[in-house]
Design a binder for this molecule. Structure first.
Ligand SMILES: [Fe+2]
Ligand SMILES: [Fe+2]
Length: 353
């Protein structure tokens, strides 16, 4: 169901299956905190509409269309078998993450890592000169950047520069341009670091990296979603189901599960891989704090226009997320403002590929 906030006029979608039984339902606008009361009696719900013969027909059509192409385990393992053809995590990013994680790492190791990769070095310099890192126009060499920014930040710059080549694809199945996918990835990375940093600044780098690649599963699945576009549209109907539930229904799994498989291939540490796997449903992660952080950062990104294409509509924050992270509604407002400010600064100069 679509709802519109009477105060800030933002429009949201709520999956019908999440609507409670009853005549009236109150939600808080994620943007302006206005209390929105929905009268369910005046709106047809999914349960009601599924009772019509037309909707039942639609569902059957989806299933019969889905049978033409592989789904579930057959599709998943087919994709996994072909993962060798898919882009590998850039070696330089893996190396940079390893160096940062070592307690005795130093600037020299990192700067010599990028000296040999000219394309990465150029992107790192552009980033270092963005207003986000506060060194606008002052950095002329990688060595200079490493001295001014410190090795943790330099490691982050290398990561962003390296990943941008991996996440710069136009995803037609998801209705996502390469620019939008990159903006979303940056917004979730920055948001994750801000949220993690409130608890423990050291946790920030780990959270930032996980945020950057959390939707990498979409890059892998896009072709398969595109081939089944009609099935997706039929299943989602007129706002009856989320894009995420359509992935599960039609493919047999969603992009977070595929991202987890990619993380295994890339040998990303288990805490980050698990968090990415559960970034839509952190309550299933057995208390993985990073999963909650990614989920909240994902929600904030989508609510503030750093969307992720089709699946940003009807996206909801899972109940209990703020409580798990010991955050109040007012903290959410602060985090949102910080995220917007940081993302805009970072995207001013950022190379998207
Ligand atoms: Fe996602
Ligand atoms: Fe996302």
């Amino acid at each position: 169901m679509k709802i519109k906030c009477s105060k800030c006029n933002k429009v949201y979608k709520i999956p019908d299956e999440k609507l409670p039984a009853g005549k009236k339902y109150a939600v808080q606008c994620p943007a302006c905190k206005n209390r929105i009361v929905i009268d369910l009696q005046s709106q047809p719900t999914q349960k009601q509409s599924l009772n019509t013969s037309k909707s039942v027909e639609k569902k059957e059509t989806v299933l019969s269309l889905g049978q033409k192409r592989p789904s579930g385990m057959t599709l998943k393992y087919g994709i996994l078998r072909s993962l060798g053809d898919l882009p590998a995590m850039p070696h330089i990013v893996q190396k940079a993450q390893e160096i940062i994680a070592k307690p005795d790492s130093n600037l020299k190791e990192l700067s010599s890592l990028i000296e040999i990769e000219q394309a990465i070095a150029t992107r790192v310099l552009k980033l270092a000169n963005s207003t986000y890192y506060g060194l606008s126009g002052k950095v002329s060499s990688v060595q200079h950047a490493s001295v001014l920014l410190g090795y943790k930040t330099l490691g982050e710059l290398i990561t962003v520069a390296g990943i941008s080549g991996l996440m710069d694809k136009n995803l037609n199945g998801y209705d996502l341009s390469s620019e939008d996918l990159w903006r979303h990835s940056i917004a979730v990375a920055v948001g994750s670091r801000i949220i993690a940093g409130r608890k423990d600044p050291e946790f920030g780098n780990e959270a930032f990296f996980a945020g950057l690649v959390h939707d990498a599963g979409k890059v892998v699945l896009d072709q398969h979603v595109y081939e089944r576009k009609d099935d997706f549209e039929t299943f989602m109907g007129n706002g009856q189901h989320t894009f995420l539930s359509a992935e599960k229904e039609i493919l047999g799994f969603d992009h977070s599960e595929m991202a987890f498989e990619l993380c295994q291939k890339w040998q990303i540490p288990s805490n980050q891989s698990d968090a990415i796997k559960f970034h839509h449903c952190p309550s299933k992660s057995e208390g993985n704090e990073l999963a909650y952080i990614l989920h909240l950062a994902d929600f904030i990104a989508m609510m503030n226009g750093y969307g992720a294409g089709q699946d940003s509509s009807m996206y909801q924050m899972e109940e209990g997320t703020l409580e798990f992270l010991s955050l109040q509604d007012k903290d959410l407002n602060d985090i949102q403002s910080q995220v917007i400010e940081s993302v805009e600064k970072m995207l001013q100069e950022i190379p998207s590929g």
